[in-house]
Design a protein around this ligand. Sequence first.
Ligand SMILES: [Zn+2]
Length: 165
Amino acid sequence: MDKADGLSQARQNLSDYLRLNSLRNTPERNALLEVIYQADVPLQAEELAKLMTEGSASLRISRATVYNNLKLFEEAGLVRKIFQEDRVFFERTDKNRGVIRLICSGCGKTTEMNSDKVRRQIAVMRTRRFNATGWVLNIYGLCGKCSADQKRKQNRLNKKDKDKK
Ligand SMILES: [Zn+2]
């Protein structure tokens, strides 16, 4: 499922959810949904608010409105929260869409990767008495920058040890 399909499906789900709950749709709501579904990585509420004022939507939207809408999207199953240390990120939840994330334990940087092999494996996996609608695979480690930093630190320590001897 590509990005555009994911967004139009999400728009449809949002309008269904709003109708069912007798809520009305607003340009802010739609714009926020669009920002979330076009992002490649999970974002924090502040980042989303910032993107909305900058993006093509260029809407003035208060942080409270962003939070309220994120809460509503979560209830509607359109976004999910990710907790990382003391920060909260939001990401889209396209149905049946899997996400493979590489998370740096050093700086917290998150990147998504694709693996058709993993996707296929999970697609054929059986979940007993459980109707799976999506998945997230987190792979922890160190990014290029952090592992270079670590190597440098290690070299410095080794050098100190040698100097002592
Ligand atoms: Zn890093």
